[in-house]
Ligand binder design. Structure first.
Ligand SMILES: NC(=O)c1ccc[n+]([C@@H]2O[C@H](COP(=O)([O-])OP(=O)(O)OC[C@H]3O[C@@H](n4cnc5c(N)ncnc54)[C@H](OP(=O)(O)O)[C@@H]3O)[C@@H](O)[C@H]2O)c1
Length: 257
């Protein structure tokens, strides 16, 4: 039996990872801020799949929250075989419309927490000679899109660099770059989604299945859908100015408060 630790497991993509990994027989450590929601999910996954699901309440925008998860990842008696750094959020507004406090919180959750948790996990995985890390980035990593896109670009570069450095150690790292996925993400950020065409939306369960296939194949970067693979191919060729004009608007229209 192997154990997977998933951050941001209460909703959306993280919850989809939890469902899929539990169905595959992995024990779980579920991390997020909402203890009640985590406990209900742990009970349901235990009852349905017979796996052990541990709840670890942690706010990854705080020192205590990051340190608690680092400590769990470093426990030699209950090793974690797969880490999914998935917790994340969007900020409503463009550059200078978002408060500095919110920008810094994003950097803490999307960058500092990912760096520290990946490092805690891979240090112990390397000693055991096996393990995997999935860092959830976004296709926003490849386009100009404020602190969100910049933080996800960091996730991609960091993960692919670390994957290369740890090649041959038995530890795999992969950056996962979804396009638009139907989750709580946009609603939580107060972003309207009316201007996002229907064909661009992905299903979280299908996304996770494709991501785990890519991880098993040893990829260090996963863009798990033909539509987005084609779009990202076009992005590489598009002029930067044109790209910025389109991407700074798409999916950032404000919904009702
Ligand atoms: N949905 C998309 O279109 C999309 C596209 C590309 C990439 N992504 C990325 O996918 C990841 C998951 O997003 P999602 O779409 O599944 O969003 P979601 O449905 O809003 O879920 C976000 C999860 O992150 C947790 N979380 C947020 N802030 C946290 C914090 N400070 N500490 C601990 N946990 C925290 C939330 O749990 P609690 O509130 O219980 O703490 C929740 O479980 C994010 O990294 C996001 O950037 C999403």
């Amino acid at each position: 039996m192997t154990t997977a630790l998933i951050t941001g497991a209460t909703a959306g993509i993280g919850a989809a990872f939890a469902r899929r990994l539990a169905a595959d027989g992995h024990d779980l450590v579920l991390v997020a801020r909402d203890t009640k929601r985590l406990s209900e999910q742990a009970t349901e996954l235990h009852d349905r799949h017979g796996i052990e699901a541990e709840v670890l309440t942690a706010d990854l925008s705080t020192e205590d929250g990051i340190a608690a998860v680092e400590a769990r990842l470093s426990q030699p008696r209950q090793p974690v075989d797969l880490l999914v750094n998935n917790a994340g959020f969007g900020n409503k507004g463009r550059y200078l419309e978002v408060s500095m406090a919110d920008e810094l919180t994003m950097i803490k959750v999307h960058i500092e927490a990912v760096l520290r948790l990946t490092s805690a996990a891979t240090a112990s995985m390397r000693e055991r000679g096996r393990g995997g890390v999935v860092n959830v980035a976004s296709v926003a990593a490849f386009v100009p899109r404020g602190t969100y896109g910049a933080s996800k670009a960091w996730v991609v570069q960091f993960t692919q660099g670390a994957a290369r450095d740890l090649a041959g150690s038995g530890v795999r790292l992969m950056a996962l770059c979804p396009g638009f996925v139907r989750t709580e993400f946009h609603q939580r950020a107060g972003m309207g989604t009316d201007n996002i065409p229907g064909w661009l939306w992905l299903d979280a369960d299908k996304l996770v299945a494709a991501a785990l296939t890519d991880l098993a194949r040893g990829k260090s970067l996963s863009i798990p859908d033909p539509r987005y693979k084609a779009l990202m191919g076009a992005v590489k060729l598009a002029p930067r100015g044109l790209l910025g004009g389109i991407t700074s608007k798409t999916g950032r229209k404000y919904g009702p408060k």
